[in-house]
Design a protein around this ligand. Structure first.
Ligand SMILES: *[C@@H]1O[C@H](CO)[C@@H](O)[C@H](O)[C@H]1NC(C)=O
Ligand SMILES: *[C@@H]1O[C@H](CO)[C@@H](O)[C@H](O)[C@H]1NC(C)=O
Length: 164
């Protein structure tokens, strides 16, 4: 099965929701996420030093949703690794992954990073109405994206926080 993951949306702003309070979509199925060596439980506060990969500088001062990555082509392993079926993809887009890089702020402000997993429709391409939003990243609206792209509902989610 193919999946598309919208990795790490950054939101400025319980049956156990796996997405932050007030965030749409409200997903209740858990996505196991390991970030670096850390197992992510919903809302876990991670330190910057634990970030795998590179930092991406994003403008401070806005409390918009930023798209940190949209990766298609995930397939599931057929055998368990540490009790999990690991999803992997050879693809790096349509929007390559940018690691969190929240700016230092006073007062400190934990940014929310949300991982959403959607089933990938057959022949999926980013709809033309969304190509600009994907490349702009800032102010990304997952609700309109999912509707325009006919993604249906997110099937699993998780999130963590990080502050600069
Ligand atoms: C999310 O969905 C759960 C289960 O349907 C519900 O209990 C919870 O109130 C919802 N949360 C929000 C913020 O809508
Ligand atoms: C996304 O767009 C929908 C539909 O226009 C709107 O209701 C919603 O508030 C928007 N979400 C954000 C986070 O701006």
């Amino acid at each position: 099965m193919l999946y598309a993951a919208v990795a790490s949306l950054f939101l400025a702003s319980a049956v156990l929701a796996e997405t932050p309070p007030g965030f749409a979509p409200n997903v209740t199925a858990h996505l196991d996420v390991k970030y670096g060596s850390k197992v992510v439980t919903p809302g876990l506060a991670l330190t910057k030093s634990g970030n795998p990969g590179q930092y991406a500088g994003l403008p401070a001062g806005s409390r918009a949703v930023n798209l940190h990555g949209l990766i298609t082509g995930y397939t599931s392993a057929t055998t368990l690794t540490d009790g999990l079926y690991v999803l992997s993809s050879k693809e790096t887009g349509p929007a390559s992954y940018l690691a969190p890089g929240p700016p230092a702020e006073n007062p400190v402000h934990p940014h929310k990073y949300i991982e959403l997993l959607f089933p990938q429709p057959e022949g999926f391409v980013v709809p033309s109405s969304q190509t600009a939003a994907i490349s702009k990243r800032i102010g990304f609206n997952i609700t309109t994206f999912a509707a325009d792209a006919k993604l249906g509902d997110a099937v699993r989610a998780n999130w963590f926080t990080q502050q600069g």
